[in-house]
Every structure is written in structure tokens, then in C-alpha cells.
Design a protein. Sequence first.
Length: 289
Amino acid sequence: MSLVNTKEMLKKAKQEKYAVPQFNINNLEWTKSILEKSEELKAPIIIGVSEGAAKYMGGFNSVYGMVSGLMKDLKITIDVALHLDHGTSFESCKNAIDAGFTSVMYDGSKETIEVNAQITKQVVDYAKAFEVSVEAEAGSVGGEEDGIIGGIEYASYEDCETLVNQGIDMLAASLGSVHGHYKGEPKLGFAEMEEISNGLDIPLVLHGGSGIPEEQIQRAISCGQTKININTEIQVAHNAGLRKYYTENLDQNEKGYDPRKIFNKYSIPQMKDVVEEKINLFGNKNRVN
């Protein structure tokens, strides 16, 4: 199975009122956990890679080779898109596309809407030649992700319309979510979600999906959110597995220094539990075409 873009999977999700998860990766164990559990549940997914994570893993070509190689060796049959998350420039998006990524996000939320739209159009024009899907962001998602820091700024309908007119395939309209842990109760703009989703007829993307209460996630999906990004909760699960391993002095057992023992017995099962929980919550199980 080859990597695909997000267009058909998000079109189906929008029509049938469920959401496709984007799970961000940081290494091979992350990727393997996500692919195996998603295949088991027959759930199409998006693998997200931030610029920082790509650099950590060696670069866009290394990430593409790892993901496509794992898909082949693990005999993955579900639809999988490989997506650049929060690309900060046209050059970054171009480099990801040239490496084989099937989807990219240009995040121009720190720019004026005019500059944001201009660079978004540049990315769209380049991506079209490779049948790569494009995500743009209006407003500003709060919190921090890989050094990208922002305060919450609600997207206006007019700015969303401007970006949609550039030919994008999905829109991250910032409406109250944050990256990382929430301080207090999330306050999402459901009425605005519905207005943008219905008025502009485009799949919406919810960044900062970790930590939002289940009832708010389900309401957001009913209001047009068709792609929901998950990162922090998988990181927390991975860390919990490592903490258990070392707190219980399991590293002192026979060959306890073997990293395969650490990941396979402790981190990977916990990461897989988060993947399954989100797939079930988003209504994405058994959604293969």
C-alpha cells in the first residue's frame, strides 16, 4: 500500500461525521505503534511530522524512507497520509513534498492574512503537481509545539474564506484549542466551527486535540472537525512506560539494558492504548473504503 494524500479520507469523514486522527511521530517505535494499531482497527490515519521531529529523525528523506518501509514490511493495507505539520515556509513544504510527503501544512498564522494567503497559494501551486494535499491555518492555536509558541487568537470567517480561496484542501481554523497540556477547561468555539464548516464547505482541522474532554471532541466533530491532531498524549504514554521500567528497577534484570525490551514491554503497549482510544473516540474504526 502506497502513501496517499488526505483528500478522499477527509471528504468521507466530513460526509459521514467522524474524524481522522493525525498522530505525530518522533521515532521508529512511535511510527510502528501507530501503524500496527491502526491497521488492526482498520482505521485510515495521518502521520504528522513537525519540522523539529523531522530534523531529529535525520530529515524529510529519512522520515519518508522509514514510514514507507514500515508500511511495506508490516503489510499495511489502510490509507495512510504522511503530513508535514506546521511547515514554517514555502521551502520547508517544498522539501517535504520533494522527499515524498503526501500532505503538507503551511502555518502562516504569525503573518498578516495577506502574506499568509500569498505563501499558502505558492504552496498549493507547487503541491498540485504532485497530488499533495495542503492545510493552512487561520487565527493562532495557543501553547507550544516544537518551539512554535502562540497565544489563542480566534480565526475570523473572512480570513478563513481568504485561505480557502487559495485552493487548500483542509483548514486549521483556530477556535480555542491549544498545543500541549491545558490549563483549566478548554473553551472551543463550536458555533464558529459550524459556521465555517457549512459556509465554506471544507474539512476543518483541530490542532491541540490532546486533553480535550470526550464530549467536546464529539461536539467538535458534529460541527465539522474532520481531522484531529494528537501528539502530547502519546508522548505522555511513552514517558509513563519508561518511568515504570526504571522505577521498578527492571533495567537491573537480565539484559535490562536492551532497548527492545524497554519499548516492546512498556512504552509501545501504552502508546498503542492511546491510539486505540482516539480511533474509537473519533469514530474512525473500520472506515476503510
